[in-house]
Design a protein around this ligand. Structure first.
Ligand SMILES: [Zn+2]
Length: 220
């Protein structure tokens, strides 16, 4: 990701905010992946990566319910295997689930064979036509094989940066509410790493989106 880093006027832009919206070059490299979803109403698509875990996921589901919101959870197979009841809660709550590999495998670090094994292990636990590559890492030549396994490879329009310990909950709130538009795909993490910011930011974001007239729907 450093490749796309550039100097920013740090007086105006909080750290890493170039990452919040993916650089256009990524979208050109991966035209068949989903970055934003065309809609004709004020709908947005909230997603949570890296769960499900008992410490965070049920709380997230509870908050979503309070706002009549639905979200798509890109699950790590290892967590699904460890926490089947938490995974079951997602289906029981009409949330959508997607494949995020079994080991949270990074495409730029493991062999293609290992990568697909990790995907298939997750598939044995998570039945979904949706895939999100961990850390957004992909190579363009990987797309055809992935598209044979999944009808949608879901990237994002807005990264909340909730996992970044150098940011505050206010930064995470602003990352989302200042950039959201109809069809946005927004990334959060139901992880312990994100929790210190998520706990404060998520309820405020859900309220703000709801007050702005957005409905929060699952990706199908
Ligand atoms: Zn992830």
């Amino acid at each position: 990701m450093k490749l796309f880093s550039r100097d920013l006027d740090s007086s105006k832009v909080k750290s890493h905010s170039w990452k919040v919206k993916p650089p256009l070059v990524f979208r050109w490299l991966f035209p068949s992946t989903i970055w934003r979803i065309p809609v004709n109403s004020k709908r947005v698509f909230i997603t949570f990566d890296d769960g499900p875990i008992p410490e965070v996921t049920p709380w997230v589901v509870d908050k979503l319910r309070q706002y009549g919101a639905k979200a798509t959870f890109f699950c790590v197979g290892d967590n699904v295997q460890k926490h089947p009841n938490v995974f079951g809660l997602l289906a029981d709550s009409d949330m959508a689930v997607g494949n995020h590999t079994f080991y949270h495998s990074k495409a730029w670090s493991v062999s293609l064979k290992e990568y697909h094994k990790s995907i298939d292990m997750c598939t044995s636990l998570v039945n979904s036509n949706l895939f999100r590559p961990p850390h957004g890492q992909l190579f363009p030549w990987m797309i055809p094989a992935l598209r044979r396994k999944f009808s949608k490879i879901v990237m994002w329009d807005i990264l909340s940066m909730d996992y970044d310990a150098s940011l505050t909950a206010d930064d995470v709130f602003n990352n989302v509410v200042t950039r959201v538009k109809p069809g946005s795909v927004i990334v959060f993490h139901d992880s312990l790493k994100a929790w210190p910011r998520l706990e404060n930011a998520l309820p405020r974001i859900l309220k703000s989106l709801s007050d702005q007239g957005y409905t929060m729907d699952v990706i199908k």
